[in-house]
Design a protein around this ligand. Structure first.
Ligand SMILES: CC(C)(COP(=O)(O)OP(=O)(O)OC[C@H]1O[C@@H](n2cnc3c(N)ncnc32)[C@H](O)[C@@H]1OP(=O)(O)O)[C@@H](O)C(=O)NCCC(=O)NCCS
Length: 408
């Protein structure tokens, strides 16, 4: 495929590997680390590459690779403990010598044409900038809070569960248990993706390149959860960085946090929490869990409105007609969404719309972390009858916060 400015798009081949590596390293300021890759392969010799080279799209100017996007199919949990196969997009990069000439738009057009041909109802990715992807029909859909806890003052309320059951373990010795717990958690948590061995390999490779100046990984294991963390020796005192804390049950959550906050010589614990993580409410002083940053962790685009909306469960019955606009592809239209006892049917209709919204807003609502009422207040979602807003907001909500399972 040739663009008007003489740039050509094609599928990548193995011969492009080194040029792609230079382009993506330049775009993101980081090169893939060979030691991590080697160690990962030692740990998981049967692993498949995270992304098949032939599924990547490159933009070529003469002999030079000036643009790149890669993708893989990811099985994503959606509200109601159901799963949807989504196209996960990564490593989107255009050479700084070729920016703002429409190369990203051209690569995205081709990528989404392929996703439609594969009949994937959703596309997802982690965005480096917030202002680019709305035009392509994406909305932020998972939120993360970076928190710090001054551990010295953290005390648990008398009512906080104290179930025990946590063991000090060597992370390398519990890889299989950790994988099993992740998978149990994945099945009940919206936003979490099936995790391939190549991702586990990078985590457990635990090479200096991925430690951000901290120690090697340490681990706590509970029958229903695990915590992987590092120590950082900083001028202000010893800190713990929680790399992953995964809990299938509230008991495992409380038990793991009690253990982490019991690390006597540590001054501060740094972690990432979803909006409604119960940690602050376990403590006598909820303010100790200080939010230092709040970011979107995952963006989502609905590729097929009826397939996507009938794939998830809802918190209450609904009978509404949604008019969805799609400025990028042809996925918009007018759809009746009827939910009875949590089971949804969604199909095109000629009925008059009750709700009007962009497909990017639908992407934000989809996993339940972003409420419809906030978009209505921002005039990005319009309801004909104001009494429809409350059921719409409630129906799309979830019992468990949406979370990004593994970064890609
Ligand atoms: C982001 C990046 C891929 C854009 O590539 P590009 O080829 O310059 O983008 P295009 O020229 O195709 O622009 C596509 C649209 O996005 C807009 N856009 C591009 N970069 C933008 C930015 N940084 N901020 C706001 N809008 C931007 C363009 O104005 C254009 O809008 P339009 O088509 O509606 O007129 C490129 O700058 C890059 O590689 N950045 C570093 C790596 C990165 O951030 N990758 C994204 C990872 S998710």
């Amino acid at each position: 495929m040739t663009l008007t400015n003489g740039i050509t798009l094609r599928s990548a081949t193995d011969d492009d590997a080194s040029a792609i590596q230079t382009l993506t390293a330049t775009a993101f300021g980081a090169r893939a680390d060979e030691e991590t890759r080697r160690r990962s392969l030692e740990l998981f010799p049967q692993q498949e590459p995270l992304y098949a080279r032939q599924d990547a799209i490159v933009a070529v100017d003469g002999a030079r690779i000036v643009g790149h996007v890669k993708s893989r199919t990811m099985t994503l949990t959606v509200p109601g403990e159901r799963t949807v196969d989504a196209c996960g997009i990564a490593a989107v990069a255009v050479a700084p010598t070729h920016r703002r000439r429409g190369i990203l738009r051209a690569m995205y057009t081709e990528q989404h044409r392929r996703t439609e041909a594969d009949a994937r109802p959703l596309t997802i990715f982690t965005a480096s900038q917030g202002s680019i992807y709305g035009r392509f029909g994406y909305g932020p859909t998972v939120r993360e809070n970076s928190v710090t806890i001054d551990r010295r003052f953290a005390e648990f309320l008398p009512s906080a569960p104290n179930p025990g059951g946590v063991e000090l373990v060597d992370p390398g010795a519990v890889i299989e248990q950790v994988k099993t717990i992740y998978d149990r958690w994945r099945r009940c948590t919206p936003g979490v993706q099936v995790r391939p061995d190549a991702s586990w390999g990078t985590l457990f490779a635990d090479t200096p390149a991925i430690r951000s100046g901290g120690t090697e990984l340490y681990a706590f294991l509970h029958p229903d959860g695990y915590a992987l963390y590092r120590y950082h020796y900083r001028e202000q005192g010893m800190q713990v960085e929680v790399v992953e804390l995964t809990a299938v049950t509230t008991e495992a959550h409380a038990a793991l946090w009690r253990t982490l906050l019991g690390l006597d010589l540590v001054k501060q614990v740094n972690a990432t929490l979803s909006d409604n993580d119960p940690l602050p409410y376990l403590l006598t002083d909820p303010r100790l869990v200080r939010t230092e940053g709040r970011v979107d962790a995952l963006w989502l685009r609905v590729m097929d409105v009826p397939a996507a909306l009938s794939a998830r469960a809802y918190q209450c019955d609904l009978d509404l007609v949604l008019a969805v606009t799609d400025p990028f592809r042809d996925a918009g239209g007018t759809f009746a969404l009827i939910v009875r006892d949590g089971v949804a049917e969604c199909a095109p209709t000629t009925r008059t719309p009750d709700v009007e919204l962009g497909i990017d807003v639908l992407g934000s609502l989809y996993l339940g972390a972003y409420p419809a009422r906030a978009f209505a207040a921002a005039n990005r979602l319009q309801v004909k009858d104001p009494t429809h807003l409350h059921p719409l907001t409630e129906a799309f909500g979830t019992d468990r916060d949406a979370v990004l399972g593994w970064f890609f």
